[in-house]
Ligand binder design. Structure first.
Ligand code: URA
Length: 425
């Protein structure tokens, strides 16, 4: 086989065979297929797509390039959760302990943030002492004992995705359904859970900008999961504005703690309870929304979160410490009306510039900085009212402040936001 022939075949819109896909992926991982040919192939996929069979073959070829985690030593149905990326997305921090508080084991591997999106690992690492690098043995034993663990993805898992994702990131080939579906599902399949909840984000701050594309991505991933015997459900969720009220690592931990104590915003609390109900259902534990919410109210979910923090070396005193920054800058509404848009991408990039995120993988983070919105889409505001606070360790220029204000769209009409748009199963 020759790589150039496979690129040409895809470029001309033809289907690749199972063997051809395996050959290409294995060649890429062992270095015989160079980056420049793989980028050309990714771009051909971007324009010509892949059939369901090709996506499935690509996913399984990718799974085979690394180790597969065996969670069978953990009793019960193990559930996992994955989000396709978001701004202010602290859902995992609440959902994992909430589900675990019902006795359903959650063994989760998470990722880091890049660009306008945040990553759960960075948020957890803002807690003093918290370890995300845990051996497989310790990971399994923590889930056996505490019922939950959130750790960094093992370096040996899906080697093809590590290489390919980095390549896609710099060749404008990330936002294409076959490559996103195979990237996400290869990692989920290799991570070993019996059931998977996929949070497919839609909107300005997500890879999928419209519901039709998000639905197609969701269905593709659900079908991939089911084909290998994993119960899989996807939920399309709104990413046109940031999730909850905060963006920034430590700030999001603090918001998560509020939600875990039943003191969070109603909309985000409701949304997370709905996701928890679906995850519990995947583990055959049927609970009403009231029963789920009760575990936030009575402290059971918070207790689980604290257990996880302790098990992974985190300092409980530091967990509850407020952020420490040099500047807390209030932002006021420019006019009266209703907030109709808080573009997630813009605010994610704003937080990134404050040090809360990375422009490139090697950037150091400032865990303390970020943004808190006191008003979200749908809220009435009067001119001069405080709508947000910027937490920064550097002076904020007039220009940046004006930019922030301009991005808060205020109009004379009310826009309703909806966290869960659709469930795909
Ligand atoms: N998240 C992933 O893990 N992979 C993608 O390709 C996109 C989002």
């Amino acid at each position: 086989m020759r790589t150039v022939d496979l690129i040409q075949k895809k470029r001309d819109g033809h289907e690749l065979s199972t063997d051809e896909i395996k050959w290409l992926i294995n060649g890429y991982v062992d270095g015989t297929v160079p980056d420049y040919q793989m980028s050309a192939f990714a771009m051909a996929v971007y324009f010509k797509g892949m059939s369901t069979r090709e996506i499935s073959d690509l996913t399984m070829a990718m799974v085979a390039t690394g180790e597969q985690i065996d969670l069978s030593a953990i009793a019960g149905i193990k559930v996992d959760k994955h989000s396709t990326g978001g701004v202010g997305d602290k859902v995992t921090l609440i959902l994992v302990p909430l589900v675990a508080s019902f006795g359903v084991p959650v063994a989760k591997m998470s990722g880091r943030g890049l660009g306008h999106t945040g990553g759960t690992l960075d948020k957890l690492e803002s807690i003093k002492g918290f370890q995300i690098e845990v051996s497989q043995e310790d990971f399994i034993s923590q889930v056996q004992q505490a019922g939950l663990a959130v750790i960094g993805q093992s370096n040996n898992l899906v080697k093809a995705d590590k290489l390919l994702y980095a390549l896609r990131d710099v060749t404008a080939t990330v936002d294409t359904i076959p490559l996103i579906a195979s990237s996400v599902m290869s990692k989920k399949i290799a991570a070993g859970a019996d059931a998977i909840l996929l949070d497919v984000t839609v909107g300005e701050g997500a890879f999928m900008k419209n519901v039709e594309d998000a639905r197609l991505l969701a269905q593709t991933m659900v079908d991939l999961g089911k084909a290998v015997g994993r119960k899989t459900v996807a939920v399309l969720t709104d990413m046109s504005q940031p999730v909850g009220t905060s963006i920034g690592n430590r700030l999001e931990i603090l918001e998560a703690l509020d939600i875990l104590q039943g003191k969070g915003r109603e909309d985000v609390t409701e949304f997370i309870c709905e996701l928890a109900q679906i995850m519990l259902g995947l583990a055959q534990v049927e609970k009403s929304l009231d029963e789920v919410r009760q575990h936030l109210q009575d402290g059971s979910a918070l207790k689980k979160f604290e257990e996880m923090v302790l098990a992974q070396g985190g300092d409980l005193e530091d967990l509850y410490r407020p952020v420490q920054v040099e500047h807390q800058l209030p932002v006021y509404a420019e006019k009266s009306g209703y907030i109709t848009a808080l573009p997630a991408m813009e605010f994610g990039l704003f937080a990134m510039k404050l040090g809360a995120g990375r422009a490139v993988k090697t950037d150091e983070l400032d865990y303390e900085t970020g943004l808190v919105f006191h008003k979200k889409v749908g809220a009435a505001v009067v001119q001069g009212e405080q709508i947000a606070t910027i937490y920064s360790n550097e002076n904020i220029s007039e220009n940046m402040l004006t930019n922030f204000q301009k991005n808060v769209r205020i109009e004379d009409r009310v826009v309703k936001s909806k966290e869960i748009i659709e469930i795909v199963s």
